[in-house]
Design a protein around this ligand. Structure first.
Ligand code: NAP
Length: 326
């Protein structure tokens, strides 16, 4: 089979489509012939050699895919050859075929094309497991997502609106904010020209928001604490601005704040299966009802993975970037 290989750590040019050894489905796994895979920000870190792979993960990039089941390993009951699916992967999506534990596989939701479905598993599982399963965002509450036009952000806006939350976003340009507004965001803040803490306070009558999903880390930590109301919850999923900071912890105590952080990729297979099952139960009906859709910026042939990485690192995209093996 063909797969994109990281020939050496470095810039996008190190990504090359090569002939590699075929993968097979082991016990409890299925083999998917990949229709599409989607980029995630972490892929760029892995390419640079700045990401520690979880034990047993494929050496190839790609944390999600859609495609058709080509083989079924021993013990797998739910899936059969020919099923159209999408899946959460620990790696290996930038290839013609990928093997994945059966519990990380989702059926193709009705109303979504097999190609577009590649952009759903990682954002749905990340946002559902953090904002909803952990931080318990509830109807009537307020929610701030940083990087509203990112793959994660575009999904988070839609699902939070669907459950009845008031949605605040930050992004770095007027065009990106207009895009977020079209997706349903209520309060759109340009972090380059506005102080998001002041704007959150103004829009909430000084109260602050209930939940924040953060991808920036250190530089936003204090300001995120200042933006949360009583019993507020901060969930950190990325360190795009760095992972160190010095902070005044006073707001944690004064307003009973909760701070959590987690990565999805390194979780145990059983843990991922539990999240995927919840996503199928809670999120798939919203997708099938047309309330939440995959937001696809564009797609590239798999052989142009380097071009796709350049686009992601330019941050000019809104939503997901796909790679198509054929
Ligand atoms: N923990 C997990 O399990 C998990 C899972 C998936 C993703 N993530 C994280 O979630 C984040 C979004 O991922 P994605 O794949 O959706 O990425 P993405 O589509 O590339 O979006 C990242 C966005 O972050 C903004 N950004 C970039 N550098 C920034 C900075 N220094 N300060 C503020 N904003 C910045 C950019 O928007 P602007 O132009 O508006 O700045 C960009 O659109 C990443 O940090 C990723 O690592 C974590």
């Amino acid at each position: 089979m063909k797969a994109v290989v990281i020939t050496t750590s470095g810039g996008p040019e190190v990504l090359q489509l090569r002939e590699v050894e075929d993968v097979a489905a082991w016990d409890g796994e299925i083999l998917i012939r990949v229709t599409a895979t989607a980029l995630n920000r972490t892929d760029t870190l892995q390419r640079k050699g700045a990401y520690q792979l979880p034990p047993g993960a494929s050496p190839y990039l790609g944390l999600e895919c859609s495609g058709v089941v080509e083989a079924v390993g021993k013990g797998v009951k739910r899936w059969t050859i020919g099923d159209q699916v999408c899946a959460l992967l620990a790696g290996g999506g930038y290839a013609e075929k990928v093997a994945v534990p059966a519990g990380q596989v989702l059926p193709l939701p009705s109303g979504v094309s097999l190609t577009e479905a590649a952009g759903l598993p990682e954002v749905a599982c990340t946002v559902w497991s953090t904002v909803f399963m952990t931080s318990r965002l509830s109807p009537g509450e307020s929610f701030l997502v940083h990087g509203g036009s990112s793959g994660i952000g575009t999904f988070a806006i839609q699902i939070a609106k669907h459950i009845g939350a008031k949605v605040f976003v930050t992004a770095g340009s007027a065009e990106k904010l207009a895009f977020c507004k079209d997706l349903g965001a209520d309060v759109c803040i340009n972090y380059k020209t506005e102080d998001f803490v002041a704007r959150v306070k103004e829009e909430t009558g000084g109260k602050g928001v209930d939940v924040i999903l953060d991808n920036v880390g250190g530089p936003y930590f204090q300001r995120n604490l200042e933006s949360l109301g009583v019993d507020g919850r901060l969930f950190i999923i990325g360190f795009q601005g760095g992972n160190t900071t010095q902070a005044n912890l006073g707001p944690l105590l004064a307003r009973r704040l909760t701070v959590q952080a987690a990565g999805l990729r390194g979780r145990a297979i059983e843990d991922k299966a539990r999240i995927v099952a919840e996503v199928e139960k809670q999120v798939w009906p919203a997708v099938e009802a047309g309330r939440v859709r995959p937001v696809i910026h564009c797609s590239f042939p798999l052989a142009q993975a380097a071009e796709a990485h350049r686009l992601m690192e330019s941050s000019a995209h809104t939503g997901k970037i796909l790679l198509l093996p054929s």
